[in-house]
Design a protein around this ligand. Sequence first.
Ligand code: THU
Length: 138
Amino acid sequence: MKEEIVKTLAAEALVVRDNAYAPYSQYHVGAAVISEKGIIYRGVNVENSSYGGTVCAERNAIFAAVTAEGTSMRLAGVAVATSSSPPAAPCGLCLQVIAEFCEDEMPVFLVNDRNEITQKKFGDLLPVSFRPHMLKKS
Ligand code: THU
């Protein structure tokens, strides 16, 4: 992925993080995903007083992408912004949702509010995943 796009994606994740609704954990997360069409979608964590109703930033960004592009939406890159150092990786549930829409080679950029950035391959974050084709009858 071009350096300019990486910078944009990381910056978008950091900026949108300001909109996180996290009154319970105080842990603010922003996510920006870019689809193969080259369009960027954003998401933040949205918590709920019934804690199980909370949805992570990554999933909110991906759901926005699918809402806009429909079933053909494929991810080309994901950036997640937190205050953690080293920058935090997506949770297991979000990795499973990301797996639905990407290849193992897709880059995941982990960033924080100190402008630290770590790049991972999706397949290194979730090496063995459950994928849509596994539901096909043999
Ligand atoms: N959170 C995310 O938004 N993404 C993750 O990958 C991990 C956790 C949120 C959920 C909750 O609002 C807060 O961070 C603390 O777990």
